[in-house]
Write a protein that binds this ligand. Structure first.
Ligand SMILES: Cc1cc2nc3c(=O)[nH]c(=O)nc-3n(C[C@H](O)[C@H](O)[C@H](O)COP(=O)(O)OP(=O)(O)OC[C@H]3O[C@@H](n4cnc5c(N)ncnc54)[C@H](O)[C@@H]3O)c2cc1C
Length: 380
């Protein structure tokens, strides 16, 4: 589908993403996903592409500009590797660099930001807790002031990149109950009292390390507070916008893999003496998948244009995220049917994408919560 907002620069950026994925990720995607890991050299190679540097000043190794279309091209093209656990393994940065760049002290930024942006260090966002992820306003981890320090106690779970990350953006309660008692902190993995365990045996995203983090009297300097005290909730909500746009772009890439691989398979596979693609039932599945993809793509382009204009389309992002996960669920299921038994075998992108649908429908704001927020944005 043509993007009315395309430019030579954006096309060139997308082409460079596609080339990188084709040459450096696709040949290894199966192996890395089965191994449950990606080599650290990949973090550094992807860092060198500049994709962690959107909105980050050149002083800290960033691109010195932001462009939502390029962010989306990165999300979509990387998801086309067919194992979205691979980009997820790198992506803890994408959802934690924003608060570090915008809210951290100069000392912290000078010490770590360039290493994170270049892929030499990892960073993760730690909001979800064992007691729940949807109701951020009720998080239980505490940060109590002690002189020039805060002392953090509690735990976080489902943290993407959590086993390998060197630093974390952590939501903790500094005030009373509810959303006006939460602050954000920059916490480093070598802080005494910090520990972590791997969450193994996930349904999907095998290549990505997911962790539970424990904070047992972790002392951080008061300067490690990111932004203003008790304004963490609003910062977390702002940060979700880019995360959700990135997930929509990634789902678009996954849907395109479902469609393209289904067309290819249906052209080759013969049943009842003719190619599968000649069957009207299969042709209708292709039409239905293609229509859903076009709609998500057009909607994403519109949202990217608005975000670039400085007017973050929060309601549309919520509607876009649950519409995209529903469209992905449909495309993955139809692709499985077109492939038949062959899709039930491991090592097939369709099989993997079918398993990866739910992390997109739940993570980063579930379908139910996205619907709720969308309606609230309508003033209801
Ligand atoms: C692989 C993976 C990676 C993740 N990475 C990160 C990460 O890096 N950092 C991070 O902080 N978090 C991360 N998460 C956590 C994710 O954001 C949460 O799982 C998500 O927000 C939902 O929280 P929950 O699982 O605790 O479900 P809950 O909040 O317990 O909700 C359970 C179910 O009930 C539904 N529900 C809740 N309240 C309502 C309601 N009022 N009405 C109707 N339905 C409702 C929800 O939609 C959900 O389906 C990750 C999750 C996964 C699976």
């Amino acid at each position: 589908m043509k993007n009315p907002f395309d430019t030579d620069e954006r096309r060139a950026f997308r082409d460079s993403m596609k080339r990188f994925v084709d040459e450096k990720i696709k040949p290894h995607a199966d192996e890395w996903d089965e191994a449950g890991d990606v080599p650290w050299s990949l973090h550094e190679e992807v860092g060198a592409l500049g994709v962690f540097g959107f909105g980050v000043s050149e002083k800290y190794g960033g691109l010195g500009f932001d462009d939502c279309f390029m962010r989306a091209a990165y999300g979509e093209e990387f998801a086309k590797c067919g194992a979205s656990g691979v980009p997820a393994a790198l992506g803890g940065r994408s959802i934690s660099i924003g608060p570090i760049e915008k809210l951290a002290s100069d000392e912290i930024k000078e010490r770590v930001l360039e290493d994170i942006v270049r892929g030499r260090k990892g960073s993760s966002l730690a909001v979800t807790e064992p007691s729940g992820g949807s109701d951020v306003a009720r998080l239980k981890t505490t940060a109590k002031r002690d002189g020039n320090h805060f002392v953090i106690n509690g735990s976080k779970t489902f943290i993407t990149g959590g086993m390998k990350s060197d630093c974390f953006v952590v939501g903790a309660r500094t005030g009373g109950e509810g959303l006006s008692g939460i602050s954000l902190f920059f916490v480093e993995a070598d802080a005494p009292g910090f520990s972590r365990t791997l969450i193994d045996k996930k349904m999907g995203w095998w290549a990505s390390d997911t962790a539970t983090l424990y904070f047992d009297d972790v002392r951080v300097p008061a300067e490690n507070m990111l932004g203003d005290e008790n304004l963490g909730f609003i910062q977390i909500m702002h940060n979700f916008n880019h995360e959700r746009l990135g997930m929509i772009a990634s789902m678009l890439g996954m849907m395109k893999v479902c469609l393209e691989s289904s067309v290819e398979y249906a052209q080759e596979r013969e049943t009842f003496g003719k190619p599968l693609i000649k069957s009207q039932v299969i042709r209708h599945k292709i039409a239905d998948m293609s229509a859903r993809i076009d709609m998500v793509e057009a909607y994403l382009n519109q949202m990217c244009w608005q975000a670039n204009e400085g007017d973050m389309p929060v309601a549309e992002i919520c509607k876009g995220k649950f519409s995209a996960s529903k469209a992905l669920e449909f495309c993955a299921s139809e692709a499985m049917q077109i492939w038949g038994g062959a899709a039930y075998l491991r090592g097939n992108p369709v099989e993997r994408i079918y398993r990866e649908v739910k992390v997109n429908a739940i993570g980063g704001g579930s379908e139910e919560i996205m619907r709720d927020l969308a309606v609230r944005q309508m003033g209801l």
